[in-house]
Design a protein. Structure first.
Length: 259
């Protein structure tokens, strides 16, 4: 197809109208059109429905998947001849390793569900938002290490406290993602996020809150602090139970992100 060339200054109607290209019909997606290049660069770098946004989501899911995979890799069978499976499974370190895997798998699953729920309402990303997301993913990718420490410690207080601090850090960063997206004026969250932003924040903050509250208990009894973590599930059920009907309906009916 013939495309006109402009040897001099472009026509007035084209000045400042298009800062990025969006090709339709050839399967290639780019950033959407905006009126001001400076505004795009400093505020909404990418928007939902475009390949740059999808790459952030896919990368995030990949980090979660790799973190869970590393948890399973840390489960090792002793390399000995004539292995007595019954005796191996009854050993304290084996039970501790399996328990550590179960705890961390559940915790990472909670974080993944929260991340998925948050990004149902986030329709655009800027550089700060991407940086916060990378920081959150870094805390998730690090979790297999404190899990290994917890599994080999047999419930020692120092290991439980270290694990609780790492999980609390991940939860606080995830809460920061939601706060930045919904309480800033950069247009990162959809309008449907406003009625439920406090509810989602409360549900997200419960995870780091439980881990932080378990630290004083871990100083006394490490295993008791690990049982205290069950409050994450219990508190989530309580929050959902007492959620106003209007807020629950808004969250249930929230549409998936569109371009």
């Amino acid at each position: 197809m013939y495309a006109p060339r402009f040897t001099g200054a472009p026509p007035f109607g084209l000045v400042g109208c298009v800062t990025v290209r969006c090709m339709a019909g050839d399967g290639e997606r780019h950033r959407p059109q905006e009126a001001s290049g400076a505004e795009v660069f400093h505020t909404r770098l990418v928007r939902s429905g475009f390949i740059e946004y999808d790459r952030v989501i896919f990368f995030s899911d990949a980090v979660f998947a790799i973190a869970i995979t590393l948890l399973a890799i840390n489960l090792r069978v002793p390399d000995v001849a004539n292995l007595d499976v019954g005796a191996m499974l009854s050993q304290t370190h084996t039970i501790s390793a399996i328990s550590g895997f179960a705890v961390s798998f559940t915790v990472i699953a909670f974080f993944w569900v929260g991340h998925h729920s948050t990004f149902r309402y986030i329709v655009a990303l800027d550089r700060r938002m991407i940086a916060l997301n990378l920081l959150f993913l870094g805390t998730i990718a690090f979790l297999p290490y404190p899990t290994d420490v917890l599994s080999q410690s047999n419930g020692q207080s120092a290991a439980v406290i270290f694990y609780a601090i790492c999980c609390a850090a991940a939860g606080l960063v995830e809460s920061g993602l939601w706060l930045y997206a919904t309480y800033s004026d950069r247009g990162l969250a959809s309008d449907s996020a406003q009625p439920i932003r406090r509810f989602v924040l409360l549900r997200t903050l419960r995870i780091p809150a439980v881990f932080l509250l378990s630290i004083p208990l871990a100083l006394i009894n490490g295993r008791a602090a690990m049982y205290f973590w069950l409050l994450i599930w219990i508190s989530g059920a309580v929050i959902n139970r007492f959620t106003p009907a209007a807020v629950a309906a808004e969250e249930a009916d929230a549409p998936e992100q569109t371009a």
